[in-house]
Design a binder for this molecule. Structure first.
Ligand code: FCB
Length: 446
């Protein structure tokens, strides 16, 4: 294999999210989030667990930062729990919540680790859900208030801000598939949620600029690459429809100031579209400093009338599957990056998540030999490097995830970490992939 070297200023990091690792779900004044409620609802989490304790990162954050330092991570992406800051969503802020993140960010700074902070990685205050959550347009203003408070309190401690993590998942998995909190199953609600997430994003970006907060700001979108199943017009149309419904539906308003026209027409006689004011799109397309991209897999697409509302059947590509059942197909990563570059121009891109779940055990020697993860990362990072060479403005790569953690509706049954966590003892063990990643960072390639 030939040597792969990244540009000197390329940034290497790892990512986590508040509800997945923090624990301390009811400590220091934190309010209930929709994930606290969802995980405590019988039947919602496949292994019956919840994030009450998680990786107990809330108490062990200094140990975790020591691990990051040992690995040589240049940057760390974390998210803020909104109900830690505003237990009721709005109203009185909770000083203890801000204190935790201040300490965390200062400790990262002291260890020379750059910080990327996501304002919303899915743990909405339950009180706001009780008022309709993302389906209620009012929430965009509530989010702006929360964002302004955090900008003011943490200004100077954050290098890159991200408004939302994967609004697609919040909207479509939370309000259409119902497999994520709040567990609603209604397509029109999902579209309303998507619009209000985008609106809230725009308001936060405007607030960021108005307040002169330091650092850069962007959003993280998750995207699959959608291929036609066969080389025929019907399948090509099906692939384009999926792309428009799930990728462009978010990226077009943000980078082009409009929803995909064909998609709006397609929906008109099938679902109720949310109210979209003219001024909404101007806000949603406020200029960003970068795009965060989360990518895990690609799919094939073919028409299937039973699959309402799109009428498209999608399947994973890749004979080899991860422990999530997701197909391994690094070419899709390359094709996706090239397409984004073609459709949205030279916007700087950070890969804010990429990685895989494998069945990891601590062996008799106390080691975790996760060769499949090393293989996965080698393939995907190589694909990213190819895209970079071919002109994509790729600035950095964050592996998902630093720690094994609470994988949403799969509970603790899926391990994505480069660091193993024993959930009984909370002991951390750096996996072989962690050691490997550490070398990649040190050599800026492999
Ligand atoms: C992404 C989420 C992240 C994690 C990975 C596996 O969709 O952003 O929290 O669950 O998938």
């Amino acid at each position: 294999m030939k040597k792969i070297v990244f540009p000197k200023e390329f940034l290497w990091g790892a990512t986590t999210a508040s509800y997945q690792i923090e624990g301390a779900a009811f400590e220091d004044g934190k309010g209930e989030s929709i994930w606290d409620r969802f995980a405590h609802t019988p039947g919602r989490i496949s292994d019956g667990t919840n994030g009450d304790v998680g990786c107990d990162h809330y108490h062990l954050y200094k140990d975790d930062i020591a691990i990051m330092k040992e690995l040589g991570l240049q940057a760390y992406r974390l998210s803020i729990s909104w109900p830690r800051i505003f237990p009721d969503g709005t109203g009185q802020p909770n000083a203890k919540g801000i204190e935790f993140y201040k300490n965390l960010l200062e400790e990262l700074r002291a260890n020379g680790i750059k910080t990327m902070v996501t304002l919303y990685h899915w743990d909405l205050p339950q009180t706001l859900q009780d008022k309709g959550g993302w389906v209620n347009r009012q929430i965009a203003d509530d989010f702006e208030l929360y964002a302004r408070h955090v900008f003011e309190q943490l200004d100077g401690l954050v290098d890159w801000w991200i408004t939302f993590n994967e609004p697609f998942c919040s909207a479509f998995l939370g309000y259409w598939k119902g497999v994520h909190a709040p567990g609603i199953q209604d397509y029109s609600s999902a579209l309303a949620a998507a619009h209000h997430l985008l609106l809230a994003h725009g308001k936060a970006v405007r607030a960021f600029r108005e307040t002169g907060t330091k650092g850069e700001i962007g959003i993280t979108l998750n995207m699959d690459y959608y291929y036609p199943l066969n080389d025929c017009d019907e399948d090509r149309r099906a692939a384009e429809l999926s792309h428009a419904a799930f990728n462009a539906w978010f990226a077009d308003p943000i980078f082009k100031g409009k929803y995909p026209e064909a998609m709006l027409d397609f929906y008109r006689d099938k679902v109720v579209l949310p109210e979209i004011h003219e001024s909404d799109l101007a806000l949603i397309s406020e200029k960003l400093d970068f795009l965060g991209l989360n990518h895990y897999f690609s799919d094939t697409n073919t028409p299937c009338p039973d699959k309402w509302p799109l009428g498209v059947k999608t399947d994973f590509i890749g004979g080899d599957r991860t422990d999530m059942g997701w197909g391994i197909n690094p070419d899709g990563f390359y094709d996706l990056l090239m397409r984004l570059n073609k459709d949205y121009g030279d916007i700087p891109i950070y890969i804010t998540e990429n990685g895989c779940a494998t069945r990891d055990i601590v062996n008799v020697r106390g080691e975790v030999e996760d060769h499949n993860r090393i293989d996965f990362l080698t393939r995907y990072i190589s694909a990213a490097h190819r895209a970079l060479k071919d002109g994509v403005n790729l600035k950095g790569y964050y592996q998902w995830s630093l720690l094994d953690n609470f994988e949403w509706s799969f509970g603790f049954s899926k391990r994505f970490g480069i660091v193993h966590v024993d959930y009984k003892t909370l002991k951390r063990t750096i996996k072989k992939s962690g050691r490997w990643y550490s070398e990649v960072i040190a050599e800026n390639g492999f």
